[in-house]
Design a protein around this ligand. Structure first.
Ligand SMILES: Nc1nc2c(ncn2[C@@H]2O[C@H](COP(=O)(O)OP(=O)(O)OP(=O)(O)O)[C@@H](O)[C@H]2O)c(=O)[nH]1
Ligand SMILES: [Mg+2]
Length: 248
């Protein structure tokens, strides 16, 4: 993109039917590179990703966070210049890739470090955010506000961050805690956080998390656990400061 290099990381697990649509709609004047992380798919995800012009990397260890970490490793290993901005986008065609323009712009212009696409004010299609997702988002946002002092309206997956900030956060979660860990660490790090309304629709292909009871339960539990886990831990900078305190 003019003014800043943008790389998109797209975790994909068995998304052969939706992925071509996502790749088709990504604005190419914005995304300089699209990395599809094939997360041990058993369908033609990798093939359709290559056909759609993406760079494909594989991650055998299942989990949303594992896939995102693999995407970041692919950027670090690349011979291309590092990006200024990294965008995370799901491969299920629930988000509108066209909204990337608005997600990336405040970072490229230097107004923000971290943008979350919020689905609660952006006009989500009826049925695309089931009641359990809306409730989970509300609960998580309320806990984040109480424990960390920043109110989000959503934990949406369509988001962007300055690459340097992302490296500073040192994210580690390998599955459902990835997004909320990013939000917690962004608050603690004092990043300039903004929300941008995005549209949202029912996914293409088979629902894996929010459309199933077990997926909803596992994801919800992990998100709440992560929120509490970091609240009882010292922030990394402070604990570091303690361990390197001057010797007498
Ligand atoms: N469920 C799941 N998704 C993964 C995994 N690795 C990558 N993904 C991708 O992560 C994105 C989000 O997963 P989704 O299944 O859309 O999760 P969701 O939006 O909460 O729920 P549904 O859309 O109802 O399934 C999709 O692009 C998946 O293909 C994994 O191990 N498990
Ligand atoms: Mg989805």
């Amino acid at each position: 993109m003019k003014g800043g290099r943008v790389t998109v990381i797209m975790p994909a697990f068995n998304e052969e039917s939706s992925l071509p649509l996502v790749l088709r709609d990504i604005p190419r004047d914005i995304a300089d590179e699209v990395i599809v992380v094939d997360n041990a798919s058993t369908d033609a995800t990798a093939d359709v990703a290559t056909e759609g012009g993406a760079r494909v990397v594989r991650e055998a260890r299942r989990g949303y966070g594992s896939a995102c970490l693999r995407g970041l490793a692919a950027i670090a290993e690349s011979s291309l210049p590092p990006p200024d901005v990294v965008v995370f986008l799901d491969a299920d065609y629930s988000d509108y890739p066209e909204d990337m323009r608005r997600i990336v712009a405040p970072i490229v212009s230097g107004e923000a470090d971290f943008i979350i696409g919020t689905r609660t004010t952006g006009g989500a299609e009826r049925g695309s955010l089931p009641p359990q997702v809306r409730f989970g988002n509300w609960l998580s946002a309320t806990l984040l506000a109480i424990l960390y002092g920043h109110r989000f309206s959503d934990l949406g997956p369509f988001r962007a961050m300055r690459y340097e900030s992302l490296l500073e956060l040192g994210l580690v979660d390998t599955n459902f805690g990835w997004n909320v860990e990013m939000q917690i660490k962004a608050i603690r790090r004092g990043l300039r956080i903004r929300e941008v309304p995005v549209r949202y629709r029912k996914r293409v292909g088979v629902s894996k998390i929010s459309g199933t009871m077990s997926g909803t339960f596992r994801a919800g539990w992990k998100i709440i656990y992560t929120i509490f886990k970091y609240s009882v831990r010292r922030s990394p900078t402070r604990s570091h400061a303690r361990t390197v305190a001057p010797r007498p």
